[in-house]
Design a protein. Structure first.
Length: 305
């Protein structure tokens, strides 16, 4: 297969950015971040923006979709897909190779599976017309308006099938909407550690970031005018550190609850990646303990197959 992008994915604290940057440096590439929180300016330690990871042998590897939105705003997967297309095509136009890197499963799948993410409103009349039809009938209707049906999750249930028909009908009635995605042929590399190692890495990284000033980062955001409610919305580090700063949690309560929340988050990430595999996305998993040079060599071997 001829790949036009390499994707590095995995749960939090697995060293994805370092690997992506070194790979990009080796293959004349640029990194595209697929992280739902690293898009926000000023949210650095809490989102794991390890800027130094983008420097390979003293040279900065170009990166994209990091620090593109003000803290307090709401970025979403619709915007990500649009921004990704723009960056992906720009990288290709420079004869560079795109390396997608992140742990936000929905963001990754939105581009790897060619999701059409225009927000389509409900069509009450159409739903009434389709009511009572069997899943087989709904599937045939969907195939008639979408001959290249390849996403079987669209017809897993009656409800999904009706929604898929509704979306396709909306696109047909609004041809001015551009729902096209560039062709994506991705070599997907997953990095994972065993459960105990992952937990140790998460706890160690949390302690390090607190020592590096993550609490001061949250205080600075609050002082800049971002409200506690806005920071709590972002979850994990920003939620629990804010709750500590406003007096809801003691430091020990904050640390303990945040540690548990990050462990649960990493578990959900792995569940999502397994779901991606079930939905047809091939992921080649590498042991996180494999030395960096061996990882790079393995990726290049897979790429050249």
């Amino acid at each position: 297969m001829s790949y036009n992008i390499i994707t590095i994915l995995g749960p939090t604290a697995t060293g994805k950015t370092t690997l992506a940057a070194h790979l990009a440096a080796k293959i004349n590439g640029e990194v595209i971040s697929a992280d739902s929180r690293q898009v926000y300016r000023g949210m650095d330690l809490g989102t794991g923006k390890d800027y130094e990871d983008y420097f390979v042998n003293g040279v900065e590897v170009p990166s994209h979709l990091v620090d593109i939105e003000d803290a307090g705003a709401h970025y979403n997967v619709y915007r990500f897909q649009t921004d990704f297309i723009e960056v992906f095509e720009a990288i290709q136009s420079r004869n560079k190779f795109p390396v997608l890197c992140g742990g936000s499963g929905l963001y990754l799948e939105a581009v790897l599976k060619d999701y059409k993410l225009i927000q389509v409103p409900p069509n009450k009349k159409l739903r009434e017309k389709l009511e009572g039809k069997s899943l087989e009938e709904l599937t045939e209707i969907l195939k008639s308006i979408k001959p290249g049906l390849h996403n079987i999750t669209d017809v897993e249930t009656d409800r999904r099938a009706v929604r898929a028909i509704e979306i396709e009908m909306y696109y047909k009635e609004h041809p001015e909407i551009d729902t096209s995605m560039p062709e994506i042929n991705s070599l997907n590399i997953g990095i994972k550690f065993d459960r105990d190692s992952r937990r140790r890495r998460i706890t160690g990284r949390l302690k390090q970031r607190l020592e590096d000033g993550m609490l001061d980062e949250v205080k600075k955001l609050l002082d800049s005018g971002v409200t506690p409610e806005q920071l709590i919305y972002y979850g994990l580090e920003y939620k629990y550190l804010t709750l500590h700063i406003i007096g809801t949690l003691s430091y020990d309560e904050m640390f303990r609850q945040l540690e548990i929340a990050i462990h649960q988050f990493a578990k959900r990430q792995m569940t999502w990646f397994r779901g991606m595999e079930k939905r047809g996305t091939k992921i080649c998993w590498l042991d996180g303990y494999m030395p960096l040079e061996e990882k790079l060599e393995k990726i290049q071997q897979l790429f050249s197959k």
